[in-house]
Ligand binder design. Structure first.
Ligand code: PLP
Length: 417
C-alpha cells in the first residue's frame, strides 16, 4: 500500500491523488474530488474524516499554531476550507466561520477600514445590511444602489472610497446582477468587490472568475444542505485578505465548531448531486407557478434568463425561487400552511423543500404576499402536486368578517320582507 500517497484531498493541486498507473497526476474535476474531501490515503485510515474535539493540546515551549489552542485551528475547518477552495477554482483559499454573519462581519471589518461606504443591493439578504449598520462606528456607512442599474452603482462608488458588496441571485427577489460589469466598476474606483454567493454556491457560479476579490458564503444553506448546522466562509485568491480574516476570526472568536465543520464536510460531498436536482426542481416549479392563475409574479433566474444569468450560471440556476400571490398577506399565509410536503420554515438549500411568507420578518423589504420557496431533492411530481393543492387554500374567515357577512344577510332578508 505504500504507493498510495498519504495525502488528504487538497482540491487545488491537480497531482494530489497519485496512483500507480496511467492515472498518476490525472486532472480530476473539483466535483470528483469533492466526494473524497478530507479523506486520508494512508493504509488503515478511516474514510470518514475523524472528528477532533479539542479545546487544547498537550504542549509547552514554542506554541504549535495547529495544535496550540482550539480557537487557532482545527483539522475539521482545514478540510472544509480545502474543499471550498477547490470548487471555487485555482489559487483560491478559504477561511471558515461560525455562521454566514460571522464571515460577513470579519469581511466588513477587514475591508471597511479607511473606506467611507459599503454599497449593497437594496433587495439582498436584509441582515447583511443590518449588520453593516451596526458596524458603522467601526467601519463604513451602509448605502444601497440597485445592482442592475450600473449608473447608480457607479455613482455610489464615486461618492467616496467604497466597498462594493454584491449578492446574486439576491435573496429573496432572485435578481441577477452582471458580475463582469460590477467588477469593472469596482476596479475603476479601486473598490474591493465582494459577492455573497450563498444562493448559487461555487458549483453554479464562480465570482472570482468575474473580477471579485472574495466570495462570501453562508454554509448553513445548500453547501451543508441538511438543515442541521450553521457555518460561513470567505473564499479569495488574496493571501493578505485571507490572513486578515483569520486574524479577525482568532481575535473575535467566531470560529466554526469541530462538529459543525464535520457536518459541513459531510454535506459538501453530495453538493453536486443535490444542487443539480434542486435546480431542476426549482425550474419546474417556477414554470408551474408562472402558469397558475393565483400567482401574479415568479422570480427565478432560470425562468427567462438574462444574458448575465446565462454567462454566470452555466450549470443551473439554484434551489431558490419566490413568487407573489394575488390578495393579502393572509392569502399567502393560508397557502404556506396548507402544504403537506413542503415544510413551513425559513432558510434555504436543504434537502427538504421549504417555504415561507418572507415579509413575516421585521426588517425584510419583500412584498407582503411574496412566498420564498427553496426546492429540495424530492421527486418533482410530488412537489408540484403538493404546491398545486396548497394554492387552492384560502384564509379562514375572521370573526369580524363573519359578523359583517351575517349583518349583510339580515339586511337582504329584511329588504325582501
Ligand atoms: N447571506 C445570505 C444570502 C443568506 O441567505 C444568509 C442567511 O439566510 C446569510 C448570508 C447569513 O448566514 P447565516 O444565517 O449562516 O449567518
Amino acid at each position: 500500500m505504500d504507493d498510495v500517497t498519504s495525502t488528504t484531498f487538497d482540491g487545488g493541486r491537480r497531482d494530489a491523488v497519485a496512483g500507480t498507473g496511467d492515472n498518476r497526476g490525472m486532472d480530476f474535476s473539483a466535483e470528483a474530488r469533492l466526494a473524497h474531501a478530507g479523506t486520508e490515503r494512508t493504509a488503515g485510515a478511516p474514510l470518514a474524516p475523524p472528528l477532533l474535539a479539542a479545546s487544547t493540546y498537550v504542549s509547552q515551549g514554542e506554541p504549535d499554531p495547529e495544535r496550540g489552542y482550539g480557537r487557532m485551528a482545527n483539522p475539521g475547518w482545514t478540510a472544509v476550507e480545502k474543499a471550498l477552495a477547490a470548487i471555487e477554482g485555482p489559487g483560491a483559499v478559504a477561511v471558515s466561520f461560525a455562521s454566514g454573519q460571522a464571515a460577513s462581519m470579519a469581511l466588513m471589518l477587514s475591508l471597511a477600514a479607511g473606506r467611507s461606504r459599503i454599497v449593497f443591493p437594496p433587495d439582498g439578504y436584509y441582515n447583511t445590511r443590518a449588520l453593516a449598520d451596526r458596524l458603522r462606528p467601526h467601519g463604513a456607512e451602509a448605502v444601497v444602489a440597485d445592482q442592475l442599474d450600473l449608473a447608480a452603482v457607479g455613482q455610489a462608488l464615486r461618492a467616496g472610497p467604497s466597498v462594493l458588496w454584491a449578492e446574486t441571485p439576491t435573496n429573496p427577489l432572485l435578481r441577477v446582477a452582471d458580475l463582469s460589469a460590477l467588477g469593472e466598476l469596482a476596479a475603476a474606483t479601486a473598490a474591493p468587490f465582494v459577492v455573497d454567493n450563498t444562493v448559487a454556491t461555487a458549483l453554479l457560479q464562480k465570482p472570482l472568475e468575474f473580477g471579485a476579490l472574495a466570495s462570501m458564503y453562508s454554509l448553513t444553506k445548500a453547501i451543508s444542505g441538511h438543515s442541521d448546522v450553521l457555518g460561513g466562509a470567505v473564499v479569495t485568491r488574496d493571501e493578505d485578505l485571507a490572513r486578515d480574516l483569520r486574524d479577525w476570526r482568532t481575535a473575535g472568536g467566531g470560529i466554526p465548531g469541530p462538529f459543525e465543520s464535520w457536518l459541513v464536510l459531510r454535506g459538501m460531498k453530495t453538493l453536486d448531486l443535490r444542487i443539480t436536482r434542486q435546480s431542476e426542481n426549482a425550474s419546474r416549479i417556477a414554470d408551474f407557478l408562472a402558469a397558475h392563475p393565483r400567482v401574479t409574479a415568479v422570480h427565478y433566474p432560470g425562468l427567462r434568463p438574462s444574458a448575465a444569468a446565462k454567462a454566470q450560471m452555466p450549470r443551473g440556476f439554484g434551489p431558490l425561487l419566490s413568487f407573489e400571490l394575488a390578495g393579502a398577506a393572509a392569502d399567502a399565509d393560508a397557502v404556506v400552511a396548507a402544504a403537506q410536503l413542503v415544510v413551513a420554515a425559513t432558510s434555504l438549500g436543504g434537502v427538504e423543500s421549504s417555504w415561507e411568507r418572507r415579509a413575516r420578518w421585521a426588517g425584510e423589504t419583500a412584498p407582503e404576499t411574496l412566498i420564498r420557496l427553496s426546492a429540495g431533492i424530492e421527486p418533482v411530481e410530488d412537489l408540484l402536486a403538493d404546491i398545486g393543492a396548497a394554492l387552492n387554500a384560502k384564509p379562514e374567515p375572521r370573526a369580524t368578517d363573519l359578523g359583517a357577512a351575517s349583518y349583510a344577510l339580515l339586511a337582504v332578508i329584511a329588504s325582501l320582507a
